[in-house]
Design a protein around this ligand. Structure first.
Ligand SMILES: NC(=O)c1ccc[n+]([C@@H]2O[C@H](COP(=O)([O-])OP(=O)(O)OC[C@H]3O[C@@H](n4cnc5c(N)ncnc54)[C@H](OP(=O)(O)O)[C@@H]3O)[C@@H](O)[C@H]2O)c1
Length: 192
């Protein structure tokens, strides 16, 4: 059965990017994580991504990926990261497509997009990459099943919110927790 999953890194105070939309704080924290097993974070992502059959993200995240990985100049990098996994990008604008990548631009209600992603996922899971408000739109319609957090030992004081919704304690079931050097990884299941 397809599960809809938010997998992200976050600061302790709940931001997934700083106020300049930068992730340098995360890369620095990853590099300065000497107690962590080598490739621990990469292996955790690979295990997660092996279960993913469709993915989606908001426009800021897409533009960050385009820019950070110079994907318009190096489009083959996309398949290096994500294989042939179909991706939906939520935007009101005409954003550039990455040549050869299976990307669909959509807007508005997430429910019909969720149905299309479920059909495409073929029984595997849906990864909602972010940002937090987009994940919140899925949760508003009862469509979010799991939250996987990699908490970096960092406070940012502001930035892009992790998940700007109210979840009471009885909504989230802690399924797993793991220490990876200075990072803490948490897996919560959303009770419907
Ligand atoms: N720490 C991590 O692991 C991690 C993970 C994911 C993302 N990030 C970073 O976090 C930041 C997230 O940025 P963000 O909070 O701005 O979120 P975002 O979801 O990436 O982008 C928000 C934008 O997406 C578009 N959008 C969202 N929902 C839409 C809908 N239903 N219909 C049409 N358009 C919609 C809108 O853009 P337009 O109206 O302008 O088109 C909106 O302003 C980025 O910098 C990203 O790189 C970090």
């Amino acid at each position: 059965v397809t599960r809809t999953q938010y997998y992200t890194a976050t600061s302790i105070d709940g931001f997934i990017a700083d106020e300049d939309n930068s992730l340098e704080w995360l890369f620095t924290a990853d590099r300065d994580n000497p107690d962590a097993p080598e490739d621990g974070a990469a292996n955790r992502f690979d295990d997660f991504f092996a279960g993913v059959g469709a993915m989606c993200m908001g426009a800021t995240t897409y533009e960050w990926v385009l820019d950070h990985d110079t994907l318009l100049e190096n489009p083959q990098k996309w398949s290096g990261y994500y294989g042939t996994t179909p991706c939906w990008v939520f935007t009101h604008r005409d954003l550039p497509a990455i040549p050869g990548a299976d990307i669909t631009f959509v807007r508005g209600d997430v429910a019909p997009v969720h149905a299309a992603m479920t059909a495409a996922a073929g029984g595997r899971n849906i990864w909602v990459v972010g940002g937090g408000e987009l994940v919140g739109l899925f949760h508003d319609q009862g469509l979010l099943d799991d939250v996987f957090l990699g908490i970096a030992p960092v406070f940012l004081g502001g930035g892009a919110p992790l998940l700007p919704r109210h979840f009471a304690a009885d909504v989230l079931e802690l399924v797993d927790m793991q220490r990876l050097g200075g990072f803490v990884n948490l897996h919560y299941r959303v009770r419907h």
